[in-house]
Ligand binder design. Structure first.
Ligand code: R5P
Length: 297
């Protein structure tokens, strides 16, 4: 039987404790504070020497600070002499900068991968990592990686709570096809993909002519940040006669009043996971992560 020790950073506690409850793996606490000049201090309590340690940290909202905190914790348990460090990073920030779009830009996701590895991470579990121009995490990581998907769980929840009558699944842009097709598969329904042109951080243009007249649309995306992508999609779908629009997403960052913008645009329900805890988190990824940890030898 696999026995692991669970540690967590400040954005990983809810999932770390939920997974520990399911698996009965023991949890070790971490003391975290800031020095007067802003540097972070961490100290992992307990003895992780000769153990396989899992460190939970989601990188939503304050990604730079949370990444640094993760690296310090990973280094701390490595320094104690632990056998392996598994990173559970349900929301992997910086994955959208997966190319140098313009001269002078960094390849951010690769740098994040190198930072996680440099801190001593031996393997990584993430959830619906934003794979767009990359086809797999192994294109930027050298350690073993597992990219779980919450889309079947979101779709099952939707089926149970709302039913599937006269439903079509829609994705707002080309990269969402992977998530929309999975949801459509679970709901046994058709799907359609819109086109997105990004004009700025808070400005997108959505085009396309989906056949949605009189239908309930389940709009699917991996991340909602400002909500502008889905607001654009909702407007397009309403102009094409959609009767009702519900949204499923894995990572509900929901910055700058995104939830109220989505409601104002005409969204009926938003269902998200707890990779980032929100009032819309109806589906927990903890059981799926627990299974992955038990099965991934
Ligand atoms: C990028 O293509 C992602 O899949 C999302 O569509 C995007 O991050 C959403 O961002 P926002 O809510 O700010 O439009």
């Amino acid at each position: 039987m696999v026995e692991l020790i669970i540690a967590f950073g400040s954005s990983g506690e809810h999932l770390a404790r939920a997974v520990a409850k399911i698996t009965r793996f023991s949890v070790t606490e971490t003391e975290t504070r800031r020095f007067p000049d802003g540097e972070l201090y961490v100290r992992v309590m307990g003895d992780a020497s000769r153990e396989d340690v899992v460190v939970f940290q989601s990188l939503g909202m304050r990604p730079d600070r949370l990444l640094m905190e993760y690296c310090l914790i990973a280094d701390a348990v490595k320094g104690m002499g632990c056998k392996t460090v598994t990173a559970v990073i349900p929301y992997l920030a910086y994955a959208r900068q997966d190319a140098r779009f313009r001269s002078g830009e960094p390849l951010s996701i690769k740098l994040v991968a190198r930072s996680l590895e440099g801190a001593g991470t031996d393997r990584l579990i993430s959830v619906d990592a934003h794979l767009h121009r990359l086809r797999a995490l192994k294109e930027v990581f050298t350690i073993p990686t597992l990219n779980l998907s919450a889309m079947p769980l979101l779709a099952e929840y939707y089926k149970t709570e709302f039913g599937v009558r006269n439903v079509i699944v829609v994705g707002p842009d080309s990269e969402s096809e992977q998530w929309a097709s999975t949801v459509a598969g679970t709901l046994s329904t058709e799907y359609s993909i819109l086109n997105k042109e990004r004009l700025g951080d808070r400005d997108v243009e959505i085009s396309g002519s989906p056949s949605v007249r009189g239908k309930t649309v389940v709009l699917v995306d991996d991340i909602i940040s400002t909500g502008k992508t889905l607001v654009g999609a909702i407007r397009k779908l309403r102009s094409k006669g959609a009767k009702r629009i519900d949204v499923l997403t894995t990572h509900a960052l929901l910055v700058e009043g995104a939830l109220s913008l989505l409601r104002k645009a005409g969204m009926s329900h938003l269902v998200s996971t707890d990779t980032i805890p929100r009032s819309t988190s109806r589906v927990s990824v903890a059981p799926m992560i627990a299974d992955a940890l038990r099965e991934w030898k």
